[in-house]
Design a protein around this ligand. Structure first.
Ligand code: MEV
Length: 438
């Protein structure tokens, strides 16, 4: 059978599956059953999911877990997390509990500005372009009123439009660099619609601008799109306590824990190989909450990593210090999030996750997400600088190994009990399972 097809999107879901199974999966006699077993019996719910994207053939499950005991600015939260990595929710919960007894997390939204750009080419004199921009700017805003009216009523809208000369980078390249306040919406559609309207007005009005020569009247719009780089949509999360409160029952003093922890963060500040993994740990917490609350994790990832390299080399997002006997661990991170629009009002689990968080504003969600990231980073560094990471990871991974070997519930119970005091390794678990079965 041919491996290409035209009109695929017009096939029914079953026909799509048949084509895939016959073309690629004919050797797997369970393929169709595997794909269809995830269909929801509730037809309306299934249709909702089918229609999120094109060519849906089934649902892809991820576990939705919760991490309780987060104290943020004095308010208690149970944070929803959608993630497949076995140790993440456990680590978040542990860090939440640790800081619950030490004053909890303190957070602050620093700024909420979002950015979009109209990229265009202009071959004429810069002074002419500047006069044109000055004249057309009020018209750009006026022509987009049909898009901005509602947002303005709620207190948001266009903050400013700047003309930027980028001809040092590319000949004839300029931008309309626009800043927006989108309140509780992530704002991608709002921003892109405004930008496309600006582009239209900007191009059309140029045809009638007296200050342009005949040749200068033809502005070439390249594209109009929001930026996921949002260094001015920034939130800060922090924990702190007297150093002696960091001591635990494992014989490590608070001071030596704090010193090693600060060293570990310093390494991530100067060493990109470490910084990437350090920040990956932060994103374990962030992405899980972003996914659970129906936000765009690709946008957040792209923006956060760009921010982590804003000084010319990739560096740690978090920082730590000990000053006057006080240990402080903090992070400032750009997060453009929404709690209205997009999936937030559509996906039943997303709605529930937001309800669990007491229907937060976008600003409140920024703070919760930042805390999830900082907590995750704390948990990772705490393990790395004391017991090592594998102890906790392998304990959590034990169930994955057992499932891989299709262990029964009784086998699972016995093996989990056995490994309470033993080091979990893949080999040791498989060996124990084999012994048990023999
Ligand atoms: C694993 O998903 C994340 C860690 O590697 C993060 C870190 O090394 O800081 C444990």
């Amino acid at each position: 059978m041919s491996e290409t097809i035209s009109g695929f999107s017009k096939l029914s879901k079953s026909e799509k599956i048949d084509w895939i199974v016959n073309t690629y999966l004919s050797k797997n006699d369970k393929a169709k059953q595997i794909l269809t077993q995830y269909w929801n019996a509730d037809k309306k719910l299934q249709q909702l999911h089918d229609e999120f994207i094109e060519n849906t053939i089934t649902n892809y499950y991820l576990p939705l877990g919760v991490a309780p005991n987060f104290l943020i600015n004095g308010k208690a939260y149970t944070i929803p997390m959608a993630i497949e990595e076995s140790s993440v929710v456990a680590a978040a919960s542990k860090a939440a509990k640790f800081w619950l007894d030490r004053g909890g997390f303190k957070t602050k939204v620093i700024s909420t500005k979002k950015i979009g750009q109209v990229h265009f080419k202009f071959g004429g004199k810069f002074e002419h372009l500047v006069s044109y921009f000055t004249q057309v700017k009020p018209k750009l805003i006026e022509d987009s009123k049909h898009i901005t009216a509602n947002m303005e009523k709620r207190g948001g809208g266009i903050l400013d439009i700047e003309l930027r000369n980028k001809t040092q980078d590319i000949e004839g390249y300029y931008q309309l660099h626009v800043s927006f306040e989108t309140l509780n919406a992530m704002g991608a559609n709002f921003i892109n619609s405004c930008l496309e309207q600006f582009a239209k007005t900007f191009k059309n009005e140029a045809l009638y601008f007296d200050g342009f020569s005949e040749d200068e009247k033809y502005i070439d719009i390249v594209m109009s799109i929001l930026s996921n780089y949002v260094p001015d949509c920034l939130v800060r999360a922090e924990v702190s306590c007297p150093v002696e409160q960091l001591s635990e029952n494992n014989g490590v003093s608070g001071a030596s824990f704090a010193n090693k922890f600060v060293e570990a963060v310093k390494i991530a500040e100067v060493e990109p190989y470490r910084a990437v993994t350090h920040n990956k740990g932060i994103m374990n917490g962030i992405d899980a909450v972003i996914l659970a609350t129906g936000n765009d994790f690709r946008a957040v990832e792209a923006g956060v990593h760009a921010f982590a390299s804003r000084n010319g080399s990739y560096s740690s997002l978090s920082h730590a210090e000990v000053k006057d006997g006080i240990f402080t661990f903090w992070m400032e991170i750009p997060l453009a999030l929404g709690t209205v629009g997009g999936l937030t009002g559509l996906h039943p689990l997303v709605k529930l996750a937001l309800e669990l968080l007491d229907k937060p504003s976008a600003k409140e969600l920024m703070q919760i997400v930042a805390v999830a990231g900082l907590a995750q980073n704390f948990a990772a560094l705490r393990s790395l600088t004391t017991t090592g990471i594998q102890q906790g990871h392998m304990k959590m991974h034990l169930m994955n190994i057992l499932n891989q070997f299709e262990a029964t519930d009784t086998e699972k119970q016995k093996i989990v009990a056995l490994f309470k005091t033993k080091t979990v390794t893949h080999n040791a678990v498989v060996q124990t399972l084999e012994n048990l079965r023999n």
